[in-house]
Design a protein around this ligand. Structure first.
Ligand SMILES: [Zn+2]
Length: 75
Protein backbone atom coordinates (compact mmCIF):
# COMPACT_ATOMS: atom_id res chain seq x y z
CA UNK A 1 0.00 0.00 0.00
CA UNK A 2 1.06 3.57 -0.63
CA UNK A 3 1.56 5.91 2.27
CA UNK A 4 -0.21 9.16 1.63
CA UNK A 5 0.86 12.17 3.62
CA UNK A 6 -1.25 15.16 4.45
CA UNK A 7 -4.37 13.15 5.08
CA UNK A 8 -7.13 15.22 6.56
CA UNK A 9 -10.77 14.98 7.38
CA UNK A 10 -12.69 16.16 4.38
CA UNK A 11 -16.16 16.01 5.80
CA UNK A 12 -18.07 19.26 5.89
CA UNK A 13 -20.83 19.98 8.32
CA UNK A 14 -24.15 19.46 6.64
CA UNK A 15 -22.65 17.55 3.78
CA UNK A 16 -24.06 14.13 3.23
CA UNK A 17 -21.10 12.48 1.57
CA UNK A 18 -20.65 8.80 2.23
CA UNK A 19 -17.95 6.46 1.09
CA UNK A 20 -18.65 3.25 -0.76
CA UNK A 21 -17.19 0.26 1.06
CA UNK A 22 -16.73 -1.59 -2.23
CA UNK A 23 -14.89 0.95 -4.38
CA UNK A 24 -14.24 3.88 -1.97
CA UNK A 25 -16.14 6.36 -4.15
CA UNK A 26 -17.58 9.36 -2.36
CA UNK A 27 -21.32 9.28 -2.90
CA UNK A 28 -24.11 11.73 -2.08
CA UNK A 29 -27.08 9.41 -2.44
CA UNK A 30 -27.92 6.03 -0.97
CA UNK A 31 -26.45 3.91 -3.74
CA UNK A 32 -22.98 4.07 -5.26
CA UNK A 33 -23.33 5.19 -8.90
CA UNK A 34 -20.11 3.43 -9.76
CA UNK A 35 -20.68 -0.12 -8.54
CA UNK A 36 -24.40 0.05 -7.57
CA UNK A 37 -23.52 -1.00 -4.04
CA UNK A 38 -25.65 0.16 -1.14
CA UNK A 39 -22.82 -0.53 1.34
CA UNK A 40 -22.01 3.08 2.17
CA UNK A 41 -20.23 4.33 5.26
CA UNK A 42 -20.41 7.76 6.87
CA UNK A 43 -17.25 6.94 8.78
CA UNK A 44 -14.44 7.70 6.39
CA UNK A 45 -11.41 9.96 6.41
CA UNK A 46 -9.19 11.57 3.85
CA UNK A 47 -9.89 11.65 0.16
CA UNK A 48 -8.08 11.87 -3.09
CA UNK A 49 -9.23 13.18 -6.44
CA UNK A 50 -8.34 11.09 -9.46
CA UNK A 51 -8.32 13.12 -12.66
CA UNK A 52 -6.70 10.62 -14.98
CA UNK A 53 -6.70 7.04 -13.62
CA UNK A 54 -4.38 5.84 -16.38
CA UNK A 55 -1.63 8.23 -15.32
CA UNK A 56 -2.05 7.96 -11.55
CA UNK A 57 0.07 5.53 -9.55
CA UNK A 58 -2.30 5.86 -6.61
CA UNK A 59 -5.25 4.94 -8.82
CA UNK A 60 -3.41 1.80 -9.92
CA UNK A 61 -2.58 0.85 -6.34
CA UNK A 62 -6.17 1.38 -5.22
CA UNK A 63 -7.63 -0.30 -8.28
CA UNK A 64 -9.44 2.85 -9.42
CA UNK A 65 -10.35 2.90 -13.09
CA UNK A 66 -12.43 6.04 -13.41
CA UNK A 67 -12.01 9.71 -12.47
CA UNK A 68 -13.66 10.96 -9.30
CA UNK A 69 -13.29 11.48 -5.57
CA UNK A 70 -12.32 8.55 -3.41
CA UNK A 71 -12.03 8.06 0.33
CA UNK A 72 -8.67 6.89 1.61
CA UNK A 73 -10.03 5.13 4.67
CA UNK A 74 -13.48 3.63 5.06
CA UNK A 75 -14.39 2.08 8.37
ZN1 LIG B 1 -18.92 1.74 -5.10
Amino acid sequence: MAKIKGESRARKKGSNLKACRECHSLVEGEVCPSCQSGALSEDWSGYLVIVDPLKSEIAKIMGIKRPGKFALKVR
